[in-house]
Design a protein around this ligand. Structure first.
Ligand SMILES: O=C(O)CCC(=O)C(=O)O
Length: 317
């Protein structure tokens, strides 16, 4: 029997500095917060997309009042009696894929409501709650800003790949890109340590722009660790999705972020992501300018609707 040759207790008594083999990971970083009015912000956006696949933006040009109104009408929707919300229920069997739904059967602790907000030809106002004062105006106003902000971010991301500034937006369908507004509602959970609000996933979209409420919960996965995304007042959270990803359009340069949400025992968390998607018939694949002999295509080009179909059948929305 070997016995204890030397203990940490003895080591501690005899040394003033910790030997290098005793290490604790450096204090976790957090995804960057980027000031979009600052010089050099485009490079920071591209760098964050490469390093994290997620970042927060401030001074993004979306007025606080527009965000507050989007949040107000979203809270008002979830405050409606259940029967009223049910009137807007999604029903895949009858082809209604937008609307109100729950993840109750899927081990994730949230209900949701979603519908397309742009382009106009894709909007079905039949699934927007008619009885809520200001619902339509609030969503239309926010959507106009979200479309402008998405264009700005696409420009930074295109330049970051050495492409023309309009390359990415054009490759995703230009004015035909679809903006899907979702509201997530995570009520207090009696055993939050055993539950997740949304299970780990990457978004199948190009970009996701997300308005959080003040209750933290979003976490991102990077190099083996989950990192908390801190609540920053007035910031919007930008996720890089599969279509831009490290994979599809950027052929490995940018990273689709794996993320999940935790829930709270006392507080209701809410979030308002807008998923920016290519039209279903559009074929998305590595940009020809990014495919070379040294960097061959890593992903097969396919229609967005085919990509979506494959992913939805594996990971719940
Ligand atoms: O609520 C959040 O912060 C994330 C939501 C999310 O990942 C989703 O709706 O797919």
């Amino acid at each position: 029997m070997g016995g204890v040759q030397r203990s940490v207790q003895e080591l501690a008594a005899s040394l003033s500095a910790r030997p290098p083999e005793f290490r604790r990971a450096a204090a976790p970083d957090a995804p960057p917060v980027i000031d979009l009015s600052a010089p050099g912000c485009g490079e920071r956006v591209a760098e964050a997309a490469r390093e994290w696949g997620l970042f927060q933006v401030v001074n993004h040009g979306v007025p606080s009042s527009v965000i507050a109104e989007l949040q107000r009408v979203g809270r008002a929707f979830f405050a409606l009696p259940r029967e009223d919300k049910e009137r807007y229920a999604m029903d895949r069997a009858s082809g209604r894929i937008e609307g109100y739904g729950t993840t109750l059967q899927r081990e994730a602790w949230h209900d949701f409501f979603f519908h397309v907000v742009a382009p106009p030809a894709r909007v079905d106002h039949g699934v927007w709650p008619r009885s809520l004062d200001g619902y339509r105006e609030a969503n239309e106003a926010y959507s106009r800003h979200a479309q402008r902000l998405a264009r700005d971010l696409f420009e930074h991301l295109s330049l970051g790949l050495g492409l023309d500034e309009g390359a990415m937006a054009e490759a995703f369908g230009g004015g035909d890109m679809v903006f899907l507004q979702k509201i997530n509602f995570y009520p207090p959970c009696p055993q939050p340590e055993l539950t997740l609000g949304v299970l780990p996933h990457t978004d199948m979209s190009t970009l996701t722009l997300l308005v959080p409420n003040e209750v933290p919960g979003l976490q991102v996965f990077r190099e083996g660790h989950w990192y908390d995304v801190k609540y920053v007042p007035d910031a919007l959270i930008v996720h890089i999705g599969d279509q831009i990803e490290a994979s599809i359009l950027s052929n490995g340069a940018y990273k689709a972020v794996l993320h999940r949400t935790t829930v709270s025992k006392e507080k209701t968390r809410m979030s308002w992501p807008v998923f920016v998607e290519p039209p279903g018939e559009l074929v998305v694949g590595p940009h020809p300018r990014l495919v070379t002999d040294e960097s061959p295509a890593k992903y097969k080009a396919k229609k967005y609707k085919e990509y979506q179909h494959g992913k939805i059948n594996v990971i719940p929305l």
